[in-house]
Each structure stands twice: as C-alpha cells, then as structure tokens.
Design a protein around this ligand. Sequence first.
Ligand SMILES: NC(=O)C1=CN([C@@H]2O[C@H](COP(=O)(O)OP(=O)(O)OC[C@H]3O[C@@H](n4cnc5c(N)ncnc54)[C@H](O)[C@@H]3O)[C@@H](O)[C@H]2O)C=CC1
Ligand SMILES: O=C([O-])CC(=O)C(=O)O
Length: 309
Amino acid sequence: MARSKVTVVGAGNVGATAAHWIAARELGDVVLVDVLEGIPQGKALDLQESAPVAGFDVRVAGTNSYQETRDSDVVVITAGIARKPGMSRDDLLQTNFGIVKSVTEEVTKASPNAFLIVVSNPVDVMTYAAYRVSGWPKNRVMGMAGVLDSTRFRTFIAQELGVSMKDVSAFVLGGHGDAMVPLVRYSYAGGIPIEKLLPRETIDRIVERTRKGGGEIVNLLKSGSAYYAPGASVADMVEAILRDQRRILPAIAYLEGEYGQRDVFVGVPVILGGNGIEKVVEIELTPEEQDAFQSSVDAVREPMAKLAF
Ligand SMILES: NC(=O)C1=CN([C@@H]2O[C@H](COP(=O)(O)OP(=O)(O)OC[C@H]3O[C@@H](n4cnc5c(N)ncnc54)[C@H](O)[C@@H]3O)[C@@H](O)[C@H]2O)C=CC1
Ligand SMILES: O=C([O-])CC(=O)C(=O)O
C-alpha cells in the first residue's frame, strides 16, 4: 500500500510543529513548504535526522516549490502572519487572505484530490476563503480550532480537579475568537458532568480562560502565538482522516442549515474520517447556548463580509 503524503504549507512555528507531530506519529511522508528559502529545507532535514533516535520511519522534505507536494492526501495551510500582543485575530484578515488565496490556488492544482485543513487566522474566515477559491466539496475543506480550544479547556478542567487529562472530555463550539462557546453541559471528567465536580465560579473562570487561551499565550510569548498545542491538534485531525477513525471532533465546517446557519464556516462537532467531514453532528442547545453560538457566528460573519474574491 502506498504511504500517505501530507503537505504542510508554512514552515513557521505551527507548520514545523505540526510536521513534527505528524512525522512522529508516522501518519505519512511530510512535505514542508514555505516562501522563505532554506527554512523549509533546513527544518525538514533537521526533523528527518531525528528519525533514527526518535524511532519514526517516514520521509520529510522541505521545498519552496509545489512540484514536490504533488498528489498529497492531506494539505495543511499554516502560511500567514501571527498576531502580537494588542492585536486580534481579525487584524490579520487582509494579509492572510492574500496568502491563503494564493496558497490554495497552488495546492489545489498540485493535489486535486486532497483534504484541506486550514489553520491560518482568522481561521473560520480563512477556511471559507479556501473553500471558495478551491471550489472543492465541503467534506474536503475544513479548519482547525475546536480541537485546540477543547484541549485547552480539558487542560484547565484537569488542573482544577487535580486529575489525569486522559479522563477529561470537553467541547468548544463556535468561531475561534473570544466569543467561542465552551460547552460546560457537555464536558465531563471520568463520565461525570463537570458541573457536579466544580463550583460555578471555578467553571466560569476556566471558561473565560479558554475563550482567551490564544491571547494568554500571545501575551506571554510577545513575538508570536501558540504552536505546540495547535500543532498537536492539527495532527489529530490529519490522523482521523488518514486512519479513517470516524472521530467526533469539533472542526470548522461548512454549514447548510445545521444549527440554523447557512453559507458560513464555523466550529461544530463533526464525524471526521476517511471521507473528511462525514457529518455535522447536531446537538441540542439551551436557549442561552444557542444565543452564545449565534453571537459567535455573527463575529465570524462580520470579517467574512470584508473578503473580496
Ligand atoms: N487555527 C488555530 O487554532 C491557530 C492558528 N494560528 C495561525 O497560524 C498561522 C501561522 O502561525 P505561526 O506558524 O506561529 O506563524 P510563523 O510566522 O511562525 O509562520 C508562518 C510561516 O508562513 C510563511 N508564509 C508566509 N506567506 C507564505 C506563502 N505565501 N506561502 C508559503 N508560506 C508562507 C512564513 O514565511 C512563515 O514561515 C498564523 O496566522 C496564526 O495566527 C496559530 C495558532 C493556532
Ligand atoms: O491566538 C492566536 O493568535 C493563535 C491562535 O489562534 C490560538 O493560539 O488560539
């Protein structure tokens, strides 16, 4: 059986870290692409040279050309600028729109049958842009944010309870901005609803921390944004597709009536497997949760309306 091939566009912090997780989990051969000369080649060679000691057996290549990305099974787009303290993700809109547009044109030519996972921010809007530019079906175009937002929420829950991260599950819905919706009612530790285990004030505090989780890292790093957890979250989605796992994950998906929304990409629970987004899973929301979700979608539609294709 031919080995899978994963292209990661953008060999910066998120791209290189995603490539690392993807290679370490032997999900497929990895091609790193960037406009900077030497960077994707150098990082790919360095990562490849870790294989004998780290114990993985895949090829890792770096390039400035899309030629070598040909016939990839999955393409991850991390190309673009990251925010600095004081900026919102939406401040990156026009610069990253230009980049995501040109990258999408290149990758869709080189790998017409791939699955596309968009990471560049503002990611809900950039996923919509990639969908429009690619003209691909909705099951093959998605964005990564919910896995990251949920892993942050899970981390905070586990830390508050002083229990293993393994036993904590949680869901965050909506756009990847400060209006995202951590779903407390659907969050559990060892199968027990967290509302039965933690006081309301503690839950409210970690919900707020989750919403601002990206900004917390930006303020600490000062010169860029998070990449370890984002890179690992990308690898989880790549694995779900390439290993046909049919996982239920939150992903940025195209909505055509689900959750009362149309013609927008936003984070919702999906079944992710060998056919990409196989289904958007609709769960019942309380009126308050529905209102919060609507506000979050509105916050995605606003910058979306500024895109000129
Ligand atoms: N969706 C999410 O949850 C997350 C999204 N992000 C976003 O991911 C993006 C990347 O972040 P970092 O890796 O930290 O930034 P970075 O600055 O470390 O890397 C970005 C890379 O993209 C490259 N690039 C720029 N234009 C390109 C083009 N046309 N073709 C190919 N490569 C190009 C740059 O040369 C650079 O190496 C940012 O927009 C950031 O906001 C970051 C973390 C989480
Ligand atoms: O906060 C940022 O700009 C990067 C990002 O999306 C995150 O870490 O959640």
